[in-house]
Design a protein around this ligand. Structure first.
Ligand SMILES: [Fe+2]
Length: 183
């Protein structure tokens, strides 16, 4: 599986987009320019509150200039990421190639919806083409690397634990352990 869409919408998408335009500095990071997001913004979102109770991670905005391609790759450190495109109405394309061999191969697109988080399988070859406007993407970097946290690990946790919170009001989050428990 290339990616998985989280069912609950982000409540901080607009705030993150605005943060891209403030005077805070950008840093070079894996061939991108990245601006770290302060934790107090992140913690205004319920999904991130849940995630924070269970994982250590950083969130940044990743910038890609107009008419730029980020070439085919798999991430060197991260086994999994969580992305949200902050400019979904601008023209950019993100595609995966699960079997990238030879000159011609099949591709599968991640069509980012507004204010929507996607768990992103960074170990499947992927590329980004960006067109007329600057592209801003929110991306999560876990403290655990690919040998410690995979796409399947995180997906399982979200489906079994986060899904309970989302769908069943009789469950609640134990704030010290991050486990979902019956009220
Ligand atoms: Fe990547």
């Amino acid at each position: 599986m290339n990616y998985y869409e989280i069912g609950t919408k982000s409540t901080i998408a607009k705030e993150l987009y605005d943060y891209a335009f403030n005077s805070q500095p950008w840093f070079p990071h894996y061939n991108f320019n990245v601006k770290p997001i302060p934790p107090d913004i992140i913690h205004r979102d319920n999904f991130f509150k849940w995630l924070h109770a269970r994982y250590e991670f950083m969130v940044g905005i990743v910038r890609l200039d107009p008419y730029t391609c980020y070439d085919w790759h798999t991430d060197t450190r991260r086994g999994v990421g969580i992305n949200m495109l902050l400019t979904p109405f601008d023209r950019s394309v993100c595609v995966f190639a699960p079997n990238k061999e030879g000159v011609v191969f099949n591709i599968e697109e991640l069509k980012y919806k507004p204010a929507t988080y996607y768990i992103f399988n960074t170990q499947i070859p992927h590329t980004v083409y960006n067109f007329e406007t600057t592209r801003y993407l929110m991306s999560v970097e876990f403290a655990k690397d690919k040998s410690e946290l995979s796409f399947d690990d995180l997906l399982k946790d979200i489906k079994t634990q986060y899904a309970k919170i989302k769908e069943l009001p009789e469950y609640e989050l134990n704030k010290s352990t991050g486990e979902v428990q019956k009220k």
